[in-house]
Design a protein around this ligand. Structure first.
Ligand code: ADP
Ligand code: MG
Length: 358
């Protein structure tokens, strides 16, 4: 099969089987049996009116929720049920990481069209379970309902941060250094590749797979956030990059009432993105600045005593962090090109649900 034509064009690959035979309660116990991660802080999990949790009093709790709607946030042509399950938990975990927290307990609500099969849901819970085991999140409850047409999923996640080490958006000050974990733009190009199976993408298949994988199986930066929370560094603000660097940096700048200077030459671009952009005639920088769903962390540090963070991060968490610019008192975002030319990035690029692509 020619790359990247690895996905079936048929939307409902999982025809009705025996959802109605199993019924709501049969389904719930089936889900329960698939969830393997256990936490001693869960006094009562799935099976009662509420979950009962024992929290650590010395910490702060952070709480987040994200909804995923079929054909808005995901597409069953491109995602396997396992990938969808993984992603449902991963995107919420990324929000907890962005506050400097450890994810802990989740509840999930799913609206399932009658046309979906038990096999689909089994595989969805398999992916959910994989992420739950990897990131040590206990899934302690949920709600299961029928949906007329499309699948929708909502997950709420509770996490914990060390007291006074909550990384909000509002603490960046002029002079602070701006950093990002990992590389940017891969997920967006990966999505483009997935959405255009007819197009003959040029480039090494292995690198193309890396890009699509970054879209299909995001890896939230929990370890990186924990390293920073425990470090001597003063993290002054943090967000996760879900809507694109320019847009998410905009959130920090608005909350912190500041501006920024970004250095084009420093924006971390993976080998896969660089190569695919070059061969297929796409501007790699635009994907890195505007592409969403990388789930990297964007953060600012008070600059004093910050040197060699890039090498330290490799040793501590095996992940690059790169300084990509500085916070300025002057509002707006200026991009300094490789030749030293400064351009104002006027519009945030990235995704906005009610506006579509900016
Ligand atoms: P209630 O009548 O209180 O709404 P339910 O019958 O909906 O309770 O759910 C029974 C138990 O199963 C509860 O503990 C609930 O949290 C859990 N649960 C329901 N749906 C799911 C799901 N999709 N995944 C995990 N747990 C679920
Ligand atoms: Mg219910």
């Amino acid at each position: 099969m020619p790359w990247p034509g690895t996905f079936s064009k048929k939307v409902n690959k999982y025809p009705a089987m025996d959802l109605s035979k199993l019924g709501e309660f049969g389904l719930i116990s089936r889900f329960q049996s698939r969830l393997k991660f256990r936490s001693s802080q869960v006094i009562q999990g799935i099976g009662d009116d509420c979950a009962v949790l024992s929290l650590n009093n010395g910490n702060y709790q952070v709480l987040t929720t994200d909804a995923l709607v079929e054909n808005v946030h995901f597409n069953l042509k491109t995602h396997t049920p396992e990938q969808l399950g993984w992603k449902t938990l991963a995107v919420n975990i990324s929000d907890i990481a962005a506050m400097g927290g450890q994810p802990k307990f989740a509840v999930i609500s799913i609206g399932i069209p009658k046309s979906f099969s038990v096999e689909f849901l089994d595989r969805f819970y398999k992916g959910l379970n994989q992420a739950s085991q990897k990131y040590k999140v206990a899934l302690v409850g949920g709600d299961t309902v029928a949906s007329p047409k499309h699948l929708f999923i909502n997950l709420a996640l509770l996490g914990e941060t060390i007291k006074k080490k909550v990384f909000t958006r509002s603490g960046a000050r002029p002079g602070d250094k701006i950093f990002v974990t990992g590389t940017l733009g891969d997920s967006a190009l990966g999505l483009r590749i997935l959405e255009t199976p007819g197009k003959k993408w040029k480039g090494p298949e292995a690198l193309g797979k890396k890009l699509t994988q970054r879209h299909l199986k995001p890896e939230p930066r929990v370890a990186e956030a924990a390293w920073l929370a425990k470090s001597k560094y003063k993290v002054t603000s943090m967000v996760d990059i879900s809507d694109g660097l320019t847009q998410d940096l905009g959130h920090i700048l608005k909350a912190s009432r500041a501006g920024a200077e970004l250095w084009e030459s420093a924006i971390p671009i993976s080998k896969a993105l660089a190569k695919y952009s070059l061969i297929n005639g796409l501007p790699a920088l635009d994907w890195a600045l505007g592409g969403g769903e990388d789930y990297e962390l964007l953060f600012t540090l008070r600059s004093r005593g910050v040197t060699n963070l890039d090498t330290e991060s490799i040793t501590k968490v095996d992940q690059p962090v790169t300084q990509i610019g500085v916070i300025t008192a002057r509002k707006g975002v200026r991009l300094i090109s490789k030749t030293g030319r400064s351009t104002v990035l006027r519009r945030p690029m990235g995704f906005n649900h009610f506006k579509g692509k900016a």
